[in-house]
Design a protein around this ligand. Structure first.
Ligand SMILES: Nc1ncnc2c1ncn2[C@@H]1O[C@H](COP(=O)(O)OP(=O)(O)O)[C@@H](O)[C@H]1O
Ligand code: SF4
Ligand SMILES: [Mg+2]
Length: 461
């Protein structure tokens, strides 16, 4: 599969989240990792979008890039129409309370040393502390440090420093060797002769070339040191205000934590002072959901929240998310590698392969009429309980997921696609409308008639 395109984006709905041409690339020693390449989708209020695809296709990276941890390489994320990349540090911190994330491994995402009261109340505490304006000195430090690190990572610094240091140390070695093997001059002082003269020239030239690099590092480092040393003094007034307001905050926090834990089906009175290891996986995931809810977010990104749970507990957590969605009026981005999990919870499903979207469709359309060869293989891999269905007839996918460092040209799925043709090598497919709410990025999609069924609102069973 795999293509780009925006034909599936809606413009006439009450959209809470818009992901626009998102690209995430990681530098690595072997080359650039193209984790997410030009992904766009949108999410309406109180809607759930499911993102599925095999491991390594970029689902988690997409979720994290929406939260800007780390910020995407390019592209935009709009929350309620506001582009998060256009926000300053403080505005971004405030908008983060509207976007929360829960993870697959609930136990690991809860600090084992903290009590549930503090863990669930942590987002409230962070938001409360943010409400106290920092001194300008501290704000200057916060702006300066990322700027300084950007300067230090400028390619010219490495391009100048690495060869210059290499030349300097080559000169130093040459000087040591020449001096060691050379004789003494007329004054009895060791003299390396011509070798030592060449070494001197090399080392002096390297030092001259290194001067601008050292100057940049030293000057920016001194500014950082001065700002850092002033931070404790600059923060005194704010610390006093925070200390005075803390008792009232803690009482309010505990009430909110109690309510959130109760909403997720945890006995709050018994749980508040316990620690994460005293809970089962399902309970820990409920606690994580409570932690995501306390700030009353608009969108929760659920990164494989049920993948590590027993099947019976999976259904409970899915039902809980559905109930909370209605109660809190939230929208969900639900990431899963298993299509069967998203079937009952998502209003729309985005199928990803190697960093790109290959199909977008309502779940009922997708399950009845998968049009993309990759979606069909994913569907075929879902275990069925019907004894008349021979699992050996399931369509299996051949080969490994190609490296995201060097993705295939044209359609990224072509190296494993049973329908691949010459055109797939040369031309990248873009998402096209195939009716019934299905959008597919494939030059040769599976031909199936549009189903007559209308798409019902998904409910968990
Ligand atoms: N910090 C990182 N540095 C380099 N590569 C990364 C990093 N995070 C993820 N990747 C790579 O990006 C690709 C997508 O990863 P991920 O989003 O975690 O996939 P998924 O959640 O679909 O399993 C993978 O090939 C992964 O190895
Ligand atoms: S038929 Fe071609 S374009 Fe379609 S998924 Fe296969 S390789 Fe990609
Ligand atoms: Mg993942």
């Amino acid at each position: 599969m795999a293509g780009s395109g925006t034909a599936h984006l809606r413009h006439d709905q009450d959209l809470v989240l818009q992901v626009d041409h998102l690209v995430v690339e990681y530098p690595s020693p072997r080359g650039t990792v193209h984790a997410v390449s030009d992904v766009s989708f949108d999410l309406a209020n109180r809607e759930t979008i499911g993102i599925v695809g095999e491991s390594g296709c970029g689902k988690s990276t997409t979720g994290k890039a929406i939260l800007r941890v780390p910020p995407p390489t390019s592209g935009h994320v709009l929350l309620d129409g506001v582009d998060l990349s256009s926000l300053g540090t403080e505005e971004l911190r405030q908008s983060r309370s509207h976007l929360q994330m829960i993870f697959q491994d609930a136990i690991s995402s809860l600090n084992p040393r903290h009590r549930i009261r503090d863990l669930v109340g942590e987002p409230l505490e962070i938001a409360w502390l943010e409400s106290f304006r920092r001194a300008w000195w501290i704000r200057a430090w916060e702006r300066y440090v990322p700027w300084m690190l950007r300067v230090w990572r400028q390619p010219w610094i490495r391009k100048v420093a690495v060869p210059a240091l290499t030349v300097f140390f080559a000169g130093l070695i040459l000087w040591v060797l020449s001096t060691a093997v050379g004789g003494n001059n007329s004054d009895g002082v060791p003299d390396g002769g011509a070798g030592a003269r060449i070494a001197d020239v090399l080392m002096i030239a390297a030092i001259i070339v290194l001067i601008p690099v050292v100057a940049v590092l030293v000057v920016t480092g001194i500014v950082w040191l001065v700002l850092s040393l002033g931070m404790p003094v600059a923060g005194i007034a704010r610390s006093i205000r925070v200390r005075r307001a803390r008792p009232a905050f803690l009482a309010d926090r505990d009430a909110k934590v109690h309510a959130a834990l109760t909403d997720v089906g945890i006995d709050a009175d018994a749980a508040m002072d316990r620690r994460p290891h005293e809970f089962s996986g399902g309970q820990a995931q409920r606690i994580c959901i409570a932690r995501a809810l306390v700030l009353d977010p608009k969108v929760i990104i659920c990164d494989e929240p049920v993948s590590a749970l027993d099947v019976s507990v999976q259904a409970q957590v899915l039902n809980l998310l559905e109930d909370l969605k209605a109660k809190y009026g939230i929208s969900l981005v639900f990431i899963a590698h298993d299509l069967a999990v998203v079937k009952n919870i998502a209003d729309h499903v985005v199928v990803m392969y190697l960093g790109k979207i290959c199909e977008v469709a309502p779940p009922d359309e997708l399950f009845v009429r998968p049009l993309h060869p990759y979606t069909e293989i994913l569907m075929s891999s879902i275990p069925v309980t019907d004894p008349n269905v021979d699992p050996r007839h399931a369509i299996s996918i051949s080969g490994e997921l190609p490296s995201p460092i060097d993705p295939p040209s044209g359609c990224r799925f072509r190296t494993r696609c049973p329908r691949a043709a010459e055109r797939c090598v040369e031309e990248e497919p873009v998402l096209r409308d195939f009716g019934g709410g299905s959008f597919v990025a494939c030059h040769f999609p599976i031909e199936r008639p549009v189903t007559a069924v209308s798409v019902p609102v998904a409910t968990t069973s």
